[in-house]
Design a protein around this ligand. Structure first.
Ligand code: DTR
Ligand code: CA
Ligand code: ZN
Ligand code: ZN
Length: 443
């Protein structure tokens, strides 16, 4: 069935967050159908003093030392860490909740802290896992992220920052066992609460002693907030390629929530090109990863300071600005899928949850395919009920490369919730490529 399809090639800029960013970040390229309304720029975030962040690390290390040498799931050191962070936040006026779960027979905990106020229908979440491995105190992994977001939360309270959106922080349990705590949190969120979370920012290992500066590339709009900040301080960044699925942002991403974050590297070796870019040595970013030497001596103060300030910038930017709802709810799959040359069709899928009723008559279908001679390709959107919307026909005369487009599809006769698939088939020999990303944006 061929449908009227308008191919609007837009720069992919995280449409769902455009409404959050358009007025808040000067110069943000908000790729939306409507011109962004003029909004006051976000107030600049205050500096986060790295000395205060390091003091939290010292406190966490002391807690490990007093409780068997670690802060691991199920151990006394982890519960002591939860109690320590909770006490700081309670004193600062946050509404805190300790969520309990069980994993491998032992009790685990998540600490969630809400800043009173802000639009309850637009929640910006900031999280880090607080647990360590059993071999040591886990100061870079992940005291660094935990301490940085704690000091950011305390700075928000201390400065009396009143964000227009609701700000929520979380310290996860049992990440080292497979993102157990954050997955428990997301899975136990009612769909109505889940859909209110407009962004989740994850910080896991942000003070590595031989640091790289990596930005998660899962959501383009969130990626831009961080990249622009680092550009502003003259620090080059790279996209984070080691982490897909390897920290707590995966729990949120799999629920269709836009995610972003920062990372300074773990056990991998810094390349000579990266040494040229960032300094340091062509050795592991963190030679004490998951080791007993992951102590307060295993921290780059410069990296911890820069990343703490970048977190504050993102929090101020994303929670300020208009109270209008964001442009839409995005479901995206960025896993690369090779397209067999002149072969069987392949698919990339997204699970749409938290949206009831029919899909819209103007469903935005973002397609990114890297492929020489795109004319070889037939591209379809397959709805959960099997209905096929042809997005791009086989067009042998079109020898240009790649498909970077947003199609508008009338999907109003299909139900929104369910698994939607982008189906791609290469109908001619010799040119090859892969599906780079597939995105659905619901108004
Ligand atoms: N899994 C994390 C460390 C880690 C490895 N790669 C990434 C990428 C992005 C964030 C974290 C990580 C841990 O051991 O806690
Ligand atoms: Ca700072
Ligand atoms: Zn970690
Ligand atoms: Zn770890």
């Amino acid at each position: 069935m061929t449908l009227p399809v308008r191919n609007r090639a837009l720069t992919v800029a995280g449409l769902a967050l455009a409404g959050l960013l358009a007025g808040a970040v000067p110069g943000a390229t908000a790729a939306t159908a409507e011109p962004a309304t003029a909004e006051p720029a976000a107030a600049a975030a205050p500096d986060i003093p790295v000395t205060a962040v390091k003091q939290h690390l010292t406190d966490l290390q002391s807690l490990a030392a007093a409780n068997g040498g670690n802060r691991a799931h199920g151990r006394a050191g982890f519960r002591a860490s939860i109690d320590f962070v909770k006490a700081e936040l309670d004193a600062a006026g946050y509404t805190t909740t300790v969520q309990q779960f069980t994993y491998s027979g032992t009790t685990g905990y998540n600490l969630v802290a809400d800043l009173p106020g802000g639009d309850p229908d637009q929640v910006i979440m900031v999280g880090s896992h607080l647990d360590s491995v059993t071999s040591g105190p886990g100061i870079n992994d992940n005291g660094s992220g935990s301490a940085a977001i704690l000091e950011t939360a305390l700075t928000v309270a201390r400065t009396g920052h009143q964000p227009s959106k609701h700000l929520r922080f979380a310290w996860w349990g049992a990440e080292e066992l497979g993102m157990v705590g954050s997955r428990y949190y997301v899975n136990n969120l009612p769909p109505s609460a889940r859909s209110k979370i407009k962004a989740y920012l994850n910080f896991d290992m942000i003070g590595s002693p031989n640091p790289g500066y990596f930005v998660y590339d899962d959501d383009p709009a969130l990626e831009k907030v961080f990249k622009d900040w680092f550009t502003g301080i003259g620090v080059p960044t790279e996209i984070e390629t080691e982490g897909d699925g390897r920290s707590d942002h995966a729990s949120f991403k799999s629920a269709g929530i836009p995610v972003g974050g920062l990372f300074t590297g773990a056990g991998r070796t810094k390349t000579s090109a990266q040494v040229q870019k960032w300094g340091g040595t062509a050795t592991a970013f963190d030679r004490c990863y998951h080791s007993s030497c992951d102590t307060t001596a295993n921290i780059s103060d410069t990296a911890l300071d820069r990343n703490s300030d970048a977190i504050a910038h993102a929090v101020w930017t994303l929670t300020s600005g208009t109270t209008t709802p964001p442009a839409g709810k995005v479901f995206q799959n960025t896993t690369d899928v090779p397209v067999p040359d002149n072969g069987a069709a392949v698919t990339s899928s997204v699970d749409v949850i938290g949206i009831t009723g029919a899909a819209p008559a103007d469903l935005a279908v973002g397609v990114d395919i890297v492929h020489t001679c795109r004319g070889d390709l037939v591209v379809d959107l397959v709805a959960p009920d099997g209905t096929v919307h042809n997005l791009k026909p086989y067009s042998p005369s079109d020898s240009a490369d790649d498909v970077h487009a947003t199609y508008t599809v009338d999907a109003s006769s299909q139900t929104a919730a369910g698994t939607w698939k982008l189906r791609v088939q290469d109908r001619a020999r010799y040119d090859t490529g892969y599906i780079d990303s597939f995105k659905l944006t619901f108004p």
